[in-house]
Design a protein around this ligand. Structure first.
Ligand SMILES: NC(=O)c1ccc[n+]([C@@H]2O[C@H](COP(=O)([O-])OP(=O)(O)OC[C@H]3O[C@@H](n4cnc5c(N)ncnc54)[C@H](OP(=O)(O)O)[C@@H]3O)[C@@H](O)[C@H]2O)c1
Length: 264
């Protein structure tokens, strides 16, 4: 049986990863803080798809909980797919904010991704198979005021994944890694951050199912960076072409208008 571990599986994109991978016959280890949500999902997927599913409640911003999840990966030695998806956003200017959510965000987006990837990739390279999806964001391609830590940590995820990809290719490993970079996606993310979805035109919203389908298609083809949706692919292309000074002028104007109310 193939085994996948998904962080942030209690809602949104992570829960959709769980459903899609269960349909494909993966045994699952689902990680998040809300145990009841995880247990309800594991029960549902075990019954529906005759797979094994484990609810592993953990706060990945805490050292002790993170160590338990690392240990789960290392000791089983069977993981075929790791999805580092747990994440959240913040609002407001960094220079006015409490440090705590920013510290927690770096622990979750950066340190948990680093440590869980390390726990998984060594076994995967030894076994000569496996894949890792790091859920970043289109926000990771350019800095925007009001989301400084979010963008910085998502940019780190893109860069880290790219570096790992190059190392795996250079050593001839078949293990695949992917930076998944969604744009605005319906999930609980914007409720948690307290952002009004109506601020963003409907055409820019995607379903979590579309995002996960694009990721799994990309993984089959060994694609390093997956940006779901043609609008976002075009946006990323333009962001790479436009002069930084022009982008900065635009984002300062936008941020001043919304008083640093956050990105996706
Ligand atoms: N929605 C978007 O527009 C969008 C766009 C680009 C990228 N993303 C990225 O997609 C990923 C998934 O977000 P989503 O949109 O699906 O939002 P979501 O519905 O709010 O899901 C976030 C998940 O992360 C988990 N989580 C948060 N803090 C955690 C912690 N300390 N330890 C363990 N788990 C934690 C949450 O579970 P618990 O609360 O139960 O712990 C939840 O399962 C995030 O990394 C986000 O940055 C989202």
């Amino acid at each position: 049986m193939r085994e996948a571990l998904i962080t942030g599986a209690s809602s949104g994109i992570g829960a959709v990863f769980a459903r899609k991978l269960a349909q494909r016959g993966y045994d699952l280890v689902l990680v998040a803080r809300r145990r009841e949500r995880l247990e309800a999902l594991t029960r549902e997927l075990e019954e529906k798809h005759s797979i094994g599913a484990e609810a592993l409640a953990a706060d990945l911003a805490r050292d002790d909980d993170l160590a338990r999840v690392e240990e789960r990966i290392r000791s089983a030695g069977t993981l075929e797919l790791l999805v580092n998806n747990a994440g959240f956003g913040t609002r407001g200017w960094f220079h006015e904010a409490d440090l705590e959510p920013h510290d927690r965000m770096h622990r979750l987006h950066v340190l948990a991704t680093l440590r869980l990837t390390h726990a998984a990739v060594q076994g995967m390279t030894a076994r000569g198979r496996g894949g890792i999806v790091n859920v970043s964001s289109v926000a990771g391609f350019v800095q925007t005021p009001g989301s400084t830590s979010y963008v910085a940590t998502k940019a780190w995820m893109i860069s880290f994944t790219e570096g790992l990809h190059l190392e795996l290719k250079a050593t001839g490993s078949p293990v695949k890694v992917q930076a998944l970079c969604p744009g605005f996606t319906y999930s609980e993310f914007h409720d948690v951050v307290g952002m009004d979805r109506k601020r963003i035109p409907q055409a820019w919203w995607m379903k979590a199912e579309e995002v996960v389908d694009a990721s799994l298609r990309g993984l089959e083809g060994g694609k390093l960076t997956v940006v779901p949706g043609w609008r976002y692919r075009l946006l990323v292309l333009l962001l790479g072409l436009l002069p930084r000074a022009l982008l900065h002028a635009g984002s300062i104007k936008y941020a001043a208008r919304y008083r640093g109310q956050g990105a996706e």
